[in-house]
Design a protein around this ligand. Sequence first.
Ligand SMILES: Nc1ncnc2c1ncn2[C@@H]1O[C@H](COP(=O)(O)OP(=O)(O)OP(=O)(O)O)[C@@H](O)[C@H]1O
Length: 246
Amino acid sequence: MTKQILKVEHLDKAYQNQSVLHDINFSINKGEVITLLGPSGSGKSTLIRTLNGLENYQAGKIFFEGQEVVPTEKNWQKLRQKIGMVFQSYDLFPNLTVLDNILLGPTKVQKRNKEELLPEVVDLLKRVDLEEYQNVYPRQLSGGQKQRTAIVRALMLHPEFMLFDEVTASLDPEMVRGVLDIIKNLANQNDMTMIIVTHEMNFAKQIADRVLFLQDGSILEDTNGQDFFDHPQTDRAQKFLKSMDF
Ligand SMILES: Nc1ncnc2c1ncn2[C@@H]1O[C@H](COP(=O)(O)OP(=O)(O)OP(=O)(O)O)[C@@H](O)[C@H]1O
């Protein structure tokens, strides 16, 4: 049976007096990959951050695995053990090595011990080609390496659901592919559920089971990935794809 991971109902969000998300409704099932597309300022980052409790909202409901999320900081903290998030800025601690950055969450939040965690960290670092960098500090890494470290850090908490917010936006072009390949591998393995904000249209087309297209804070299209790229229904989405040279 298909398991619904997340459902959003009638979500409204404003910053001060500026309304940025209006009546957002969608759901995502286990193993599904959604890409969130839309012009700059359409509300993509705000929406994805709201799903992880990093932004408050004024109206609407969010359900995680069938249960309504009562939006208190304590509840979000608990949920963030199940919902991993990787941002455009890597947010690594500069005074901690790669290894210690990765171990911080599982040791502090989940109270697991370092020795027990090490084989898993090493395995994940191997998978992202960073095995040699365990004892290096973030300032000694390239942007792509930092981003791959941030992804491993998120995966160590064994999330059921991953949110990626423009993770390649600040990377040099030659670093982008490595990071996108890791996300693609994750999507193909483990039945990982994902919502991805990206400006990389080829990647979005390859990975998206579904596309949510946002415009001015509203979902204009919620459609199967292939259909969105082959036959966008709205003029606005057609124009958007053209503007992205797609
Ligand atoms: N912290 C904030 N305070 C006030 N307004 C904000 C804040 N963050 C975003 N906004 C506004 O909310 C709207 C949506 O911004 P958001 O960053 O979610 O869009 P986006 O689709 O992710 O854009 P981009 O593709 O450029 O990253 C914009 O008008 C933006 O100026």
